[in-house]
Design a protein around this ligand. Structure first.
Ligand SMILES: Nc1ncnc2c1ncn2[C@@H]1O[C@H](COP(=O)(O)OP(=O)(O)OP(=O)(O)O)[C@@H](O)[C@H]1O
Length: 267
């Protein structure tokens, strides 16, 4: 396991996350280096979204310490949490585009909400971000005129229009065909590098994401069961990791819902 480092964008220092009485992730201890693309993988229900909830400050750790962009969570008040949240771009599973606004206005929304920038500066920033995702020419289209892959790219442009140092992706490939998946993973990598961001990609699309990730965390059985480079993961002979990578139905990862994640880990 990598030791948490001071130059990291995200630090989990022996963090345990609970949902009610259920322990979802136990004693997670890792850091996400600034500038990296990190994939968070794991079977359904393992706790990937729960981890994301903790990073954005929606879920307090039951124990341990979380640090995001140099700030310790939980923040002392709502104002400082909002200030931190403005420095994170989040791309959620549903694209969340507003159907009564065109592409341009959807991307402009965070700038109009959070800044007093004049219209011409907003236009420049929006068109720059649409250009970055290859959709400058689509600025005047309505969301209903977009393919699934295009809509995802517009949502991506909107998520990063405030130039966040940290981008968080929750299942960015869900519902996309293989070509659109390739476009999105390529964009995640290129935008991360060109705009100097750090990216955390939560996904169950293992093989597509490994091609662009610097490192991988695998969550299963209520813990971080792998933290390392993608090629070390694909070479692993660990039965639990193999079951996950090969999509095998039988093995150390159960698919039954357990009332207590602790029971799942020891059962
Ligand atoms: N708000 C909540 N309240 C109570 N339990 C929850 C809540 N959200 C998630 N859980 C439980 O926490 C566990 C982890 O869920 P989570 O959504 O983090 O998993 P995941 O790895 O993101 O799954 P998937 O890949 O299917 O989205 C699940 O067993 C789920 O039932």
């Amino acid at each position: 396991m990598s030791e948490p480092s001071a130059s990291a964008a995200i630090v989990f220092d022996h963090v345990t996350l609970r949902r009610g009485a259920r322990e979802i992730v136990r004693d997670a201890h890792f850091s996400i280096p600034t500038g990296s693309v990190t994939a968070v993988l794991g079977p359904s229900g393992a706790g990937k979204s729960t981890l994301l909830n903790a990073v954005v400050g929606e879920l307090r750790p039951a124990s341990g310490r979380i640090e995001v962009l140099g700030e310790t969570l939980p923040r002392p008040n709502v104002r400082s949490l909002f200030a931190l949240r403005k420095r994170m771009g989040v791309l959620l599973q549903g694209n969340g585009l507003l159907s009564d606004l065109d592409v341009f206005e959807n991307v402009a929304l965070p700038l109009r909400t959070h800044t007093d920038l004049p219209d011409e500066v907003i236009a420049e920033l929006v068109l720059m971000k649409l250009h970055a995702v290859g959709l400058r020419e689509a600025a005047q289209l309505e969301p209903t005129q977009l393919s699934g892959g295009m809509a995802r790219r517009v949502a991506l442009a909107r998520a990063m229009v405030m130039d966040p140092p940290l981008m968080l992706y929750d299942e960015p490939l869900t519902g996309l065909d293989p070509i659109a998946c390739g476009v999105i993973v390529d964009l995640i990598r290129r935008l991360n590098d060109n705009l100097g961001m750090t990216s955390l990609v939560i996904t169950h699309h293992v093989h597509e994401t490994l091609t662009i990730a610097d490192r991988v965390l695998v969550i299963a059985n209520a813990g971080i069961v792998f933290d390392g480079a993608p090629d070390a993961l694909t070479r692993s002979t660990d039965p639990l990791l193999r079951q996950f990578l090969d999509g095998a139905p039988d093995g150390p990862i159960g698919f039954d819902y357990r009332g207590s994640a602790k029971a799942a880990a020891h059962g």
